[in-house]
Design a protein around this ligand. Structure first.
Ligand SMILES: Cc1ncc(COP(=O)(O)O)c(C=O)c1O
Length: 389
């Protein structure tokens, strides 16, 4: 294998989306260069303009997830901080949590730390060989002690989409809260909090929701708000005479300065998303998922898992380390895809891909069918040259 340096092809959208829509870069540059003031602090013109950027971003997010009051949406710097705010905010010693084997460490590690330190018990529901969890199996483990059911909307390893609405509807009117990690679906698939019965929706903004890195959200239902305590304390630019955190949302969860540069970009990304026809988007993503499945279909010694509703595909290779394949894709073909456990250790025990994990190829809004054809050709060559069978 001795080729000229290939052009870069980014196929790791499940990690973070790239490139962003052009208006994202423009909005960030404009704010950082021409404004630069903090939001929620000064009452001068640039400060007010920063407030408007943040308010607009919050409004667009609320609209995207079917939330009537934008104040129910708190802004975070990524999905992990949002999940931590939800988990540490609602759980108390002695509580029980039902979660699943598909979860990311950003959800599992906070839960494990509470199990270790705070007598919180965990029920982990297994998934099938595609990464799908039976909603009834989740509901069967809910008892009066269960204060939280925590489930990802889609697996970041296989893209398997979970039936969140069945779980949410069954938990309505109970004392149990439903936390949904929408990291892999926000901006890709429709989400409606009231309709799905989701009480806490956590997500990064930097994947399908078209924000830059450094963005995330936690949306909170009135039911969850009754239980949710702040976990980070500090200045909010409001009720400054008080030494306790304001009760009102979103200040309850948003001490410290917001990253307005990133939020200006996210606001622009959400505007792009709102202008993109949802039916056309679903068609595009469906076509990319189908092409991904075809990439590996006829290859000997290659096992493909996923690319069902979302264009995320995991691959394993008979007798060959997935890290080697990822490295060859990068160095020989300029194709960037991720190998390993993808921060989701438990699902690999169910998929039979422990301990090495999988090669994950993930497409996003900007991926074209032609790019996936280029990936398919590269994969075919690698499998042939390494004599995988
Ligand atoms: C399913 C899932 N949950 C949570 C996260 C954490 O998001 P962030 O990296 O923005 O903290 C990720 C990121 O990869 C993810 O895939």
């Amino acid at each position: 294998m001795n080729r000229p340096t290939p052009t870069r092809l980014y196929l790791d959208h499940a990690a973070t989306g790239w490139p962003k829509p052009e208006n994202v870069y423009q909005a960030m540059d404009r704010y950082a260069r021409d404004n630069g003031a903090a939001a929620g602090r000064g009452a001068y013109a640039s400060g007010i303009s920063a407030d408007q950027i943040v308010a607009s971003c919050r409004r667009r997010l609320a609209r995207l997830i079917g939330v009537a009051d934008p104040q129910q949406v708190a802004l975070f710097s990524n999905g992990t901080t949002a999940l931590n705010a939800a988990i540490f905010g609602v759980l108390r010693p002695g509580d029980q949590v039902v979660t699943t084997a598909i979860e990311h460490n950003s959800l599992l590690r906070p839960l494990e730390s509470l199990r270790f330190d705070a007598d919180v018990s965990l029920e982990i529901i297994p998934c099938d060989e595609a990464g799908r969890v039976d909603p009834q199996a989740i509901l069967d483990r809910v008892t009066r002690k269960t204060k939280l059911v925590a489930v990802s909307h889609a697996s970041n390893v296989t893209g398997a989409v979970q039936d969140i609405a069945t779980v949410g509807k069954a938990l309505r009117g109970t004392e149990t809260l439903l936390l949904c990690d929408a990291a892999q679906t926000l901006g890709y698939l429709p989400i409606d909090l009231p309709e799905f019965g989701i009480d806490l929706l956590a997500s990064p903004g930097h994947k399908g929701a078209c924000g830059p890195l450094g963005t995330g959200l936690l949306a909170v239902s009135p039911k969850a708000l009754e239980r949710l305590r702040p976990t980070i304390f500090g200045g909010t630019g409001s009720v400054s005479e008080s030494l306790v955190m304001p009760d009102a949302m979103p200040s309850r969860l948003e001490p410290g300065n917001l990253n307005v540069t990133a939020l200006a970009g996210w606001d622009a990304g959400l505007a792009w998303l709102a202008s993109d026809d949802p039916a056309a988007r679903a068609g595009r993503l469906g076509q990319l998922a189908q092409l991904l499945r075809q990439c590996a279909a006829a290859l000997p010694g290659v096992r493909a898992i996923g690319a069902d509703h979302l264009p995320i595909l995991s691959l394993t290779f008979a007798g060959t380390d997935v890290g080697l394949i990822a490295s060859l894709l990068d160095t020989e073909y300029g194709i960037e895809a991720r190998s390993g456990l993808h921060c989701a250790p438990l699902i690999h025990r169910q998929l039979g891909s422990s301990p090495g994990g999988t090669l994950r190829i993930s497409a996003g809004h900007s991926t074209t069918p032609k790019q996936l054809q280029r990936f398919a050709a590269a994969l075919r060559e690698i499998v042939t040259e390494l004599e995988i069978r």
